[in-house]
Design a protein around this ligand. Sequence first.
Ligand SMILES: *Cc1c(COP(=O)(O)O)cnc(C)c1O
Length: 426
Amino acid sequence: MTSAAFPGFEYRDDALHCEGVALAAVAAAVGTPVFVYSRGAIETAYRAYDAALAGIDHLICYSVKANSSLGILNLLARLGAGADIVSGGELYRWLKAGGDAGKVVFSGVGKTEAEMRSALEAGILAFNVESGEEIDVLDRVARAAGVRARVALRVNPDVDAQTHPYISTGLTQNKFGIAAAAARDAFRRAADLPGLDVRGIDCHIGSQLTKTSPFSDAIARLCELILSLASEGIRITDLDIGGGLGIDYGKDGDAPPPSHDAYGAAVKQAMSVLGDHQVRLLVEPGRSIVGPAGVLLARVLYNKDNEVKHFTIVDAAMNDLIRPSFYGSHHPMQPVRRSAAASRVTDVVGPICETGDFLARDRALPPMERGELLAIGAAGAYGFTMSSNYNTRPRAAEVLVSGETWTVIRDRETLEHLVRGERIAE
Ligand SMILES: *Cc1c(COP(=O)(O)O)cnc(C)c1O
């Protein structure tokens, strides 16, 4: 975790820091578990996309579901980002954080009419429409509101993203998008509807992509469609290529993801077939903006051994970070106080009553005593947003570090929060 892949985190005098702040000081003040994010790392990642896409008209629509805390959204809005949202709730958050409605794209296979109405009212940039039925419903909702909805059609390009099956979204067997073979007809039909203003084409083939070739293949498919639609008089001006790069989760033997520059070069190369047909490029990165910029801090509660295993029981659990249990993901881990002791192999587990409640299995870590702090890295994306109250555990606090200062951007939940809105029947 203290490597070039995690720019915000390093040891100073054997104490792990986020930028200029000792993680132990944050844990002492706020308690654990707590997510700690590096503002500098988030800004650097955002700017790396911007620089990689320089020279082409582009908009970076940060994928809100990766980390939707107001303090994070506000930071990205101030950098000039747009947003990729997948629910009315995410629109509410983006606007509340000071985000620009005019830079919002709304993705997702199951938008409700109420969500469509609120997005039309806010004046979002575009709906990424995912089915024939959704085309008709959005047309009707927009006409009833007396407006035209700007839309892109999400095409499923049938490209293998070569990632975990749960986060592979661009294959025919996945629920997302309109089948490539049916896309031309869908565009023709949508272009004729008075409530719709068809401007864009969109895809999102998956997450945690560690090669540029799936992006290139998907862009090639979409560009082919753009050119053939143009020949029928349907002019596409926005090309949205979905989520961003994968990140380094610190697992030995895993190839590092491509650099932003390699990604930018591959995208530009794939788009060059468009020739004079100028489009604006939209990208929807989430994981690669916030993932490496966050750690989850946990405190060791107990150690125990049996004949075959050592267990390190910590106060963070699968309800705080579900990725290891859900996807079998690897997260890098380091003690907050650097240790010279020889590592031993341990399972890092939480207090939840599930065998699936583990943060790491068979991990080599220096021995850590009760009370010591463990930093779980690459936890800034799909960490807090996928957390739950399972086992009636309050959700963690979140802290944003900037240089020598830090802000609690979310308080730890209280027990009252956990029962809010509940009542006992007569
Ligand atoms: C999840 C998602 C993204 C973000 O993907 P990352 O891999 O986190 O960059 C972008 N667009 C859509 C439609 C998504 O569902």
